[in-house]
Structures are given as C-alpha cells and as structure tokens.
Ligand binder design. Structure first.
Ligand code: NAP
Length: 304
C-alpha cells in the first residue's frame, strides 16, 4: 500500500514528487512517456520562472526532474488506465505495468492542444500542420508560415518562428491578443510578422503538403487565401482528466473542481496543475499546485 501515487510528470507532478520525497511518503510517480515533462518541454524560452530567466522549457523541465530524482523519487513509465475507490477509501490504480493500491492519489496529467477542426487539418497533420513550433519550426527556415491563435503559446510560437522563417502570419479571431503584454510588445516589434486580425481559418489547402490557408474575416465575411508552407495551431488546451470522469466533480470543459488545496470532491483524490480549474495556468502555478497537493495529502493521511 502506497501513501500516494502521482500521475503526470509536468511541473505539477514533478513538484509533487519533490515535496513527497521530502515528506518521506511511500510514493510512486507514473509517466506515460519517458521523461515526458509536460507542455513546458515544447516552450523554446521560459522568461517568467523566477530566478531562471531565459531558460529553455526543456532545460527547466530537466531541472525539475533531476531535483526529484536526486531526492529519491521513484518513477514508473506506464499509462494509468483506471482509478477505483474502495469503500474503505483505498484507491486502486490500474496501470500498464500492474495494479497498485494507494491511500491518496494526485492527478497531474495536464492538458493537450486543441484542434481547429477544419478541412485539411487532419489530412495534412505532420505535412505542414503542426502543434509544436519548437519541435517542427526548424523545417520551415526561410519559408512563410501561419500561427493560429492569440494566447501566450501562439505569440511565443510566432516569436520563435520569426527567427528563422521569412514571414510569419498570426491569424487571430479577434482584434486584440490574449497573450501577456510583454510577449505582445516583442511580437509587434518583429519586422517579418504580419497580424491577420478578426479572422478564422476556413480550410487548410494542399495535396501532399500544406500550400495555403483559406481565412475568413468574421467582420466583413470576405474569404482569401494566404500562401504558406506551414500552419502552427495554437488555439488552447483541453484538460487530460478522463481518468477521473464520473469519479470527481468537473466543470463542463472537463477541468477538475478543486480549490487551492487541490482537494477534489472525493477524499484522498487531489488534482494539480493545468488539469485543475484555476484562474492562471503557468509553470509556476502548476508547481505551486504540486506543493499544495502534497501538503493536503499529508493532512489527509493523518486525518483519514
Ligand atoms: P489560451 O490562452 O486559451 O489561448 C488560446 C487562443 O486561441 C486564444 O487567443 C483564443 O482566442 C484562440 N482560439 C481558441 N479557439 C479557437 C478557434 N477554434 N479558432 C481560432 N482561435 C481560437 O491557450 P494557450 O495559448 O495554449 O495557453 C494555455 C495556457 O498556458 C494559458 O493559460 C497560458 O497563459 C499558459 N501558458 C503559460 C506560459 C508561461 O507560463 N510562460 C507559456 C505559455 C502558455 P480568444 O482570445 O478569442 O479566446
């Protein structure tokens, strides 16, 4: 019987692992892919994590991981398939590598990118349609590309792509970006970035490779094509909360309802990071959740 099992190794899961080892809990940390690290590994540069200016997302993630390993956290590479809660409160965790019993469970599985759901997106995925600028951007050196979205990720992606691409179109459905003002300032200062306001993608065109996007201006209804070799979709995220569907309370978007203590509606089940309903999704708030979740686990273990 474990004290706590953590699912997920983004900033929330890894921080929970750090706090869990320091609290001397009997603990396992499950990760679906080796050193998966979460969304942060796809960020070229993180400039708002205190004390580590301009660190790459990959390096920051590695630092979290090394810290947890140094303290003795035990990682298991296996997908968690199912959680069950027994009458006495024991959680049964079914995974690819076997079934485990634990008194407390922390879901820190984060979120994944949303799709545009337009013609051409699926068929040209990997052939010009990408969801990760830092993974695929290098293929578009000297080319024209489009970034779809107006949040932090879209703007970070556009800034990153503008370093190597000839022209970067940022297509946004409103006339104002959602991204942090500092990122906006950087974006607007780049000579090879062109904003396409009030516009949505109607379709992505191309036979075997993307060669254009058709965009519709939602204010005047006009449709036009822009020639591009790559389309980077950055229209937000969807929580990876399926494991706890039907077990804990969630909102209509699938985000788990839990306050800052990370306690869900079921005693002994906690949620941390982007999978939790919260006002601000950042690396630092995910890390804070990891710390809060384990502190709540410790209280639960004493009280239960
Ligand atoms: P986001 O903040 O939810 O932004 C999504 C963007 O896509 C919005 O501009 C939205 O438009 C647009 N959009 C949504 N659906 C669309 C559709 N169907 N068609 C066209 N546009 C669509 O998501 P994100 O940028 O992926 O960021 C996710 C979270 O991670 C955010 O909370 C963000 O702050 C956080 N983040 C943090 C850091 C950091 O800590 N350094 C870095 C990156 C991201 P509207 O603006 O009109 O809604």
């Amino acid at each position: 019987m474990y004290d706590v099992i953590i699912a997920g190794t983004g900033p929330a899961g890894l921080t929970a692992a750090i706090y869990g080892t320091r609290a001397r809990l009997k603990m396992l940390v499950f990760e679906e892919n080796y050193m998966s690290g979460g969304q942060v590994v796809n960020t070229y540069e993180v400039d708002n994590y205190p004390g580590l200016p301009e660190i790459s997302g990959m390096d920051l993630s590695l630092k979290f991981r090394e810290h947890a390993e140094k303290l003795g956290a035990e990682f298991v590479r296996a997908k968690v398939n199912k959680i069950e809660v027994k009458e006495d409160g024991t959680k049964i965790v079914e995974t690819e590598s076997g079934t485990y019993e634990t008194r407390a469970f922390v879901l820190a599985t984060g979120a994944h990118h949303r799709l545009l759901n337009v013609p051409g997106e699926e068929s040209l995925s990997g052939m010009g349609v990408s969801y990760c600028a830092t993974c695929d951007g290098a293929f578009y050196k000297g080319s024209d590309v489009a970034v779809i979205g107006g949040g932090d990720v879209a703007v970070e992606d556009a800034i990153f792509l503008a370093r190597g691409c000839r022209r970067v179109y940022v297509v946004h459905r409103r006339d104002e970006l959602r991204a942090a003002k500092s990122l906006q300032e950087k974006l607007f200062s780049l000579p090879n970035v062109e904003m396409v306001w009030d516009s949505v993608v109607d379709s992505i065109e191309g036979e075997e490779q993307v060669d254009a996007i058709r965009i519709k201006n939602i204010k005047d209804g006009t449709v036009r094509a822009i020639s591009v070799d790559g389309v980077f979709v950055a229209v937000g995220i969807t929580p990876d909360s399926d494991l706890l569907k039907g077990i804990v309370k969630m909102d209509e978007g699938g985000y788990i309802l839990a306050d800052e203590s990370c306690r869900t509606s079921v005693p002994g089940i906690f949620s941390a990071g982007d999978v939790r309903k919260k006002p601000l999704r950042q690396i630092i708030t995910a890390a804070a959740d990891g710390a809060n979740a384990i502190t709540s686990v410790e209280k639960y273990l004493i009280e239960a």
